[in-house]
Design a protein around this ligand. Structure first.
Ligand code: 6PG
Length: 251
């Protein structure tokens, strides 16, 4: 099931995303005692992370039962400006009472191949014997080429079946190796939440909404979790047909 929701701007989109994060965390905590998420990089989630760190939201979320992974990261250290971990650490994780051992970052400083191996071990540790990890929530972005996580158009990585994939020499900016969760893992998530803002996303969002063959071109359109939400802003939507604006965002 894929649901598109349109918000006036990044602020409204991020507030709605924070409410969804909090709701899902409560449900997961009640049902399974923990809330396992994968965060993304990109510029769009920064405001969501900042809102989650505000006292209002920080108090709503039981951070000691939240386990944080990343859907992808660059093969750089945690202090590098390209690190997706660094973004989330500075805007969110440094400000909430999440136990350090529940922050499972991709160890990019080890290089993509080794970091992917270590991440696989960490996933097996957290998810135990499950045949595929089942995240409660994965937060996703879509790049200008339609990539999501570090799964790029036209690459063999799109068909990978390993849980974690090292991505060498990606067709991406910055041109640095990466580590990503594979489609089988991403699609196994209970909820995927895409955040897309800005007019440069509009054409692709229109194709994804209206053209079933978009999934052949854009990895982001191939991702379908049990529930998949696209939260887009007016600039990315700009009059596209077939979208109900601001529907309730219950998951
Ligand atoms: C990455 C990011 C990437 C990002 C999109 C959207 O590691 O390259 O995770 O997939 O999510 O490029 O980025 P914006 O939010 O900046 O549009």
């Amino acid at each position: 099931m894929v649901d598109f929701h349109v918000y006036a701007d990044t602020e409204e989109l991020s507030q709605a995303a924070a409410r969804l994060f909090a709701d899902l965390s409560h449900k997961a905590h009640d049902l399974r005692g923990r809330f396992i998420v994968a965060l993304s990089g990109g510029s769009t989630p920064r405001r969501l992370f900042e809102i989650l760190a505000t006292p209002q939201f920080a108090e709503m979320i039981q951070w000691d039962s939240v386990v944080v992974f990343w859907g992808d990261d660059r093969a750089v250290g945690p202090d590098h400006e390209w690190s997706n971990y660094k973004l989330a650490h500075e805007s969110l994780l440094a400000h909430v009472p999440i136990p350090k051992e529940y922050i499972v970052r991709i160890r990019g400083e080890l290089g993509a191949a080794k970091a992917a191996e270590v991440m696989l071990e960490e996933l097996r540790h957290v998810f135990g014997d499950e045949s595929l990890p089942r995240f409660d929530l994965i937060i996703q972005g879509m790049g200008g080429d339609g990539h999501t996580a570090s799964l790029f158009p036209g690459t063999d990585d799109l068909n990978a079946t390993d849980w974690v994939v090292p991505v060498f020499d990606p067709p991406a900016d910055p041109k640095v190796d990466r580590v990503t969760l594979s489609f089988p893992v991403l699609n196994q998530a209970r909820v995927a939440l895409f955040l897309a803002a800005g007019a440069d996303k509009r054409d692709k969002i229109s194709e994804i909404m209206n053209d079933p063959s978009a999934s052949e071109r854009y990895p982001a359109a191939r991702l379908e979790a049990e529930k998949t939400f696209w939260y887009v802003d007016e600039a990315a939507f700009a009059g596209l047909s077939g979208v109900e604006k601001n529907p309730s965002n219950t998951a």
